[in-house]
Design a protein around this ligand. Structure first.
Ligand SMILES: Cc1ncc(C[n+]2csc(CCOP(=O)(O)OP(=O)(O)O)c2C)c(N)n1
Ligand SMILES: CC(=O)[C@@H](O)[C@H](O)COP(=O)(O)O
Ligand SMILES: [Mg+2]
Length: 619
């Protein structure tokens, strides 16, 4: 095996070019084997094997810097930098991360997981390099999907002024997680299908250069026709007109072409875009055929491509998907918006039923929110469906465009709480803190499936900004006998006793129910209250609790700062501190690494036993 000869960074330089193809095959085999057991981002990694190999032949690590956009496609980079043996721990607790991690290797320059940041990072590093008088190479690699994100354009706009070398590799596989969308995607498609014009461009330019000094009129005519030809057919002209150099399109599975392009680009004292065309899922036919399914995949059987986990439980996402379609049937003002996550957010089926009322805006969370504000201003009811972690991108748009105008936009905040294996960059543990600090915002979280549906109905009829957060995975269907009407700012009594009151929010109601059972077995009297709303806070129920209990325990799956517990504590401190002692169970103010949700809950003290222990200590 050639792969066995690669133990650390730069070892690939010893591999002979005639063996590149074999090495690429071995890496693909390794990826499919490992990811089929651990789960992970398969399709993007299979597509980027030769590209990564070529970059590793071209660059000297760790002096040269390679910046991955999102980072979900960096597995081959990990293999080539001495982390192959750790792949059996991929995305497991305390194991290898699925994204670049500085603490794993000095060949990883930046921890990432969110899209469209690579050109900014690389440009910053290039400018720092120049200021230091150094000459190391810096390369950013981003996908065509990542190029739908606003930050990428802001960075390109800025990079056009650079007077030293920076290489931006655009890895174009004509896919985001699902179909890539938008004008840039169309433009790249034209370049791909007009490859023959590469030769044409060269011929025209050569011919023009050879024109001897002739009369001004003819020269001007030639200049004009050159300009119009460029605009019509020459690949990458948009980038060139911005002041960037464009090379491409290049076959991203051809090592020779890639290496030639990198070498040529590195000689230029400016920012160069190398447009590389690859096939997402390459080498595993099932992923080639259905790259979306294998973009981020749970463990699967290699032979059939079917998942190893045959869970039939309905997810919150799927509940949302069905309910939204049902509501949209009766309410033609409902529109659904996603930022490049139609599958993950469950909106694919909405798109099937209501294609004209479905909008995938690309990886553009900021635009998604302000676009929703525009729709709401003209009488529509937008459901902006974005994962908690990616909504972080749109804080000012929520504040400035939606909340100051007090517009009836619904924020369906999926993947709220611990998401597990994607780790720090993807945990949805900040949304309560950043959303509830904004005036005019109402925020809630359901305890179970039925309440989620009722809350969505509430959102539909609510005439102001409202956010509803729900977790990744299976929808809880317990406690369904408790189904009081949803009233703005009102919590729900589930069990009314005395001594200890568990005031619990969303996903933590299920845990609190278990905590209550354990405490009752030990002889305690325990109430369970479903908070439902974070803001407005049900001050009345908190006051009632304070009159009849000695300890109030708040439970939530958000960080402590700015969380639900902090809101309740503030009120108790100001109004009720004489009457009741308060204990908040939240996630500490840290970034939470990868691992299974259960392991992470255990580590963070959010499992029932740890909660019981903390309560007993308190009383
Ligand atoms: C800000 C942000 N929004 C959404 C995502 C989810 N996401 C991860 S990868 C991806 C698609 C990226 O497409 P592309 O850059 O073309 O890479 P490919 O997967 O095709 O290799 C998306 C939407 C993200 N990581 N960051
Ligand atoms: C890389 C990325 O950001 C997405 O692919 C993310 O991993 C999706 O997460 P879900 O699996 O929760 O949809
Ligand atoms: Mg892509």
């Amino acid at each position: 095996m050639i792969l066995d000869r690669i133990q650390k960074e730069n070892d690939i330089k010893k591999v002979e070019p005639k063996d590149y193809k074999k090495l690429a095959g071995e890496i693909r085999h390794f990826l499919v084997e490992k990811i089929s057991k651990s789960g992970g981002h398969l399709s993007s990694n299979l597509g980027a094997v030769e590209l990564t190999m070529a970059l590793h032949v071209f660059l000297d690590f760790p002096e040269d810097k390679l910046v991955w956009d999102v980072g979900h496609q960096s597995y081959t980079h990990k293999i080539l930098t001495g982390r192959k043996e750790q792949f059996s721990t991929l995305r497991c607790y305390e194991g290898l991360s699925g994204f670049p991690k500085r603490k794993e290797s000095d060949c990883d320059v930046c921890d990432t997981g969110h899209s469209s940041t690579s050109i900014s990072i690389a440009l910053g590093m290039a400018v720092a390099r120049d200021l230091e008088g150094k000459t190391n190479k810096i390369v950013a690699v981003l996908g065509d999907g990542a190029l739908s994100g606003g930050m990428a354009y802001e960075a390109l706009n800025n990079a056009a002024r650079l007077k030293s070398n920076l290489i931006v590799v655009l890895n174009d596989n004509n896919m985001s997680i699902s179909e890539n969308v938008g004008g840039m995607s169309t433009y790249l498609g034209k370049i791909r299908t007009n490859r023959k014009y590469r030769g044409f461009k060269y011929d025209v330019e050569q011919a023009l250069r050879r024109v001897p000094k002739i009369g001004d009129a003819i020269a001007e005519q030639i200049r004009i026709s050159k300009e119009s030809l460029k605009r019509l057919v020459i690949p990458g002209m948009l980038f060139e007109d911005m002041g960037l150099t464009y090379i491409g399109p290049i076959d991203g599975h051809n090592m020779e072409q890639l290496l030639t392009a990198f070498e040529s680009a590195s000689k230029l004292n400016e920012a160069v875009i190398i447009h590389v065309v690859t096939k997402k899922g390459k080498g595993y036919p099932k992923a080639e055929k259905n790259p979306s399914k294998f973009h981020g995949i749970e463990p699967f059987f290699v032979k059939t491509g079917e998942s190893r986990n045959q869970s039939k439980d309905e997810s919150y996402t799927s509940v949302y998907s069905h309910k939204l379609i049902e509501m949209a049937e009766a309410n033609d003002k409902i529109v659904a918006i996603t930022a490049a996550m139609p599958s993950g957010t469950g909106l694919l089926s909405f798109q099937d039923v209501y294609p004209n009322r479905f909008f995938d805006v690309g990886i553009a969370e900021q635009h998604a929110v302000t676009f929703a504000a525009g729709l709401a201003l003209n009488g529509y009811k937008p459901f902006v469906t974005i994962y908690s972690t990616f909504l972080q991108r749109a804080y000012d748009q929520i504040l400035h465009d939606v909340c100051i105008n007090n517009l009836p936009v619904v924020f369906a905040v999926d993947r709220a709480g611990i998401v597990g294996k994607d780790g720090e960059t993807h945990q949805g543990i900040f949304d309560i803190s950043f959303l509830t600090s904004i005036p005019n915002m109402t925020m809630m979280a359901p305890k179970n499936k039925l309440e989620f549906e009722d809350m969505l109905d509430f959102c539909q009829n609510y005439n102001a900004p409202v956010a509803i957060r729900y977790p990744r995975g299976e929808a809880f269907d317990g406690l369904s006998e408790f189904r009081e009407e949803i009233i703005l700012g009102k919590a729900e009594w589930i069990y009314k006793e005395s001594e200890i009151a568990l005031l619990s929010l969303g996903s933590m109601v299920k845990t609190a129910d278990t905590v209550r059972k354990i405490l009752k077995e030990q002889g305690h009297k325990v109430s369970l209250i479903n908070a439902r709303f974070i803001c407005p806070l049900d001050k009345e129920i908190i006051t009632e609790i304070a009159e009849s209990h000695s300890v109030l325990v708040c439970l939530e799956e958000n960080i402590k700062s700015g969380g639900f517990g902090e809101h309740v504590s503030q009120f108790v401190l100001e109004e009720l501190s004489e009457k009741i002692s308060i204990l908040t169970i939240s996630i500490p103010d840290i970034f939470v690494e990868h691992g299974s949700v259960e392991q992470l809950h255990l580590k963070l003290g959010l499992d029932a036993e740890s909660v019981v222990e903390r309560i007993l200590k308190r009383i």
